[in-house]
Write a protein that binds this ligand. Sequence first.
Ligand SMILES: NC(=O)c1ccc[n+]([C@@H]2O[C@H](COP(=O)([O-])OP(=O)(O)OC[C@H]3O[C@@H](n4cnc5c(N)ncnc54)[C@H](O)[C@@H]3O)[C@@H](O)[C@H]2O)c1
Length: 437
Amino acid sequence: MGQNSSQAGRMTAPVLVIVVGGGCRGEIYSQYASIHPQRMKVVAVADPRKFARSKLQKQHKIEEENVFEDWQAVVERDKFADAVLICTPDRLHKEPAVAFAKKGYHVLLEKPMATTAEDCTAIVEACIQSGVMLSVGHVLRYDPVIHKIKELIDAGVIGDVIHIQHLEPVGFYHFAHSFVRGNWRNEAESSFALLAKSCHDIDLIHHWAGGRRCVKVSSFGSVSHFNKENKPAGAADRCLNCSVEKDCPYSACKIYLDSVKKGHTGWPVSVICPNSLPDIESVTEALKTGPYGRCVYECDNDVCSNQVVNMEFEGGVTAAFSMVAFTEEICKRKTTIHGSKGELSYNGHEIHVFNFLTQKSTKHTADYNTPRQFGMSGHGGADYCLIHAFISAVANNDPSLIRSGPEETLQSHLLVFEAERSRLESRVLHCGDTKQS
Ligand SMILES: NC(=O)c1ccc[n+]([C@@H]2O[C@H](COP(=O)([O-])OP(=O)(O)OC[C@H]3O[C@@H](n4cnc5c(N)ncnc54)[C@H](O)[C@@H]3O)[C@@H](O)[C@H]2O)c1
């Protein structure tokens, strides 16, 4: 396919995409092609795991010559699609993003953009220099009710934004799954928790603060509870043969085996059998031999389980963010935004605005007109809205449809790196100041 085919007749021809990394996220975004074959077609997949690439090949009838074991083999070919969906692990974002951008592909890149500030900047520069669109996987920007918060702020319903308080409840078993046993447990292998988990949240706070520059930031946090010191007496190294597992809320038997026995094979069970579909046999085997069967007090985890970030933006707007593992809710953010004329609160479901003048409260919700298939991600309809916006932007050559574009996303990522630096250096940072105190 030639370079110009993305413009001519685009309103009728589907956008051709390559999926790099056919795991959870790659598969979720690819579903858009099954729902809207007239809008998007998956023409190639790259993944070193045979199970993952074969699954996508079958789902999207991808030609054998377009199934790759590695992204590098794709980029060596002449350009043959319009866009690439980069859904590889955190440490494998920068190289493919820069290479595909240079080749002229529009890029949907999973968050975090990359694991260093320099790499994030390099990605944005490559996309700008190549004239390609970049959309980062900040799905919350596309959640209709969260988007409504910004619309209400912009409409002036709470006057000037003065202070933002925002909580990310990760969820006790979600944290154990992803950040103690799983892919994001260890900074050297993936990234620090604030980047891996909360770059969405810092991005939202920055967005709600009107995109103002953050001038000062401080942060504290640590790995609590999930360490050897808290291992209960008599506990084994694996839950399958642990005599005290019944009294442990983090037991892998409860999280995975009991779930699959009840017929639940979606997330998080789906993640633990990388080379097959989950069933009682494969899940038992995964708990016997794989990382997800380990005692949560005997893992190689080092990422924070609780972290706070305080920020001061230009003009004196302040924000306080908390991320915590030990919650009932899974990722249902809670937010209060205090303005000069009212207070806006979001409980993870709906928005309430209290007007100081009338002393009345109004409720706001949003329509989720998204196909059911996209419910599987846990982000409600936001994954659908993100890929829909990206594909529409490419189809219409209109980057304004992307809410998580290069400049603002880079600013919020840089703020995450500053916050983490503050935590590590135990001091308030004046943003942009590289001096050691
Ligand atoms: N937007 C969100 O809310 C959100 C949610 C979860 C994960 N993520 C991010 O999405 C990315 C992918 O996460 P996931 O949960 O899909 O992980 P995953 O492990 O399920 O998928 C990653 C895939 O990349 C493949 N891969 C590894 N090396 C490769 C290479 N050289 N070439 C091509 N493919 C390669 C792996 O085999 C795997 O199938 C991560 O960066 C993660 O942090 C974003």
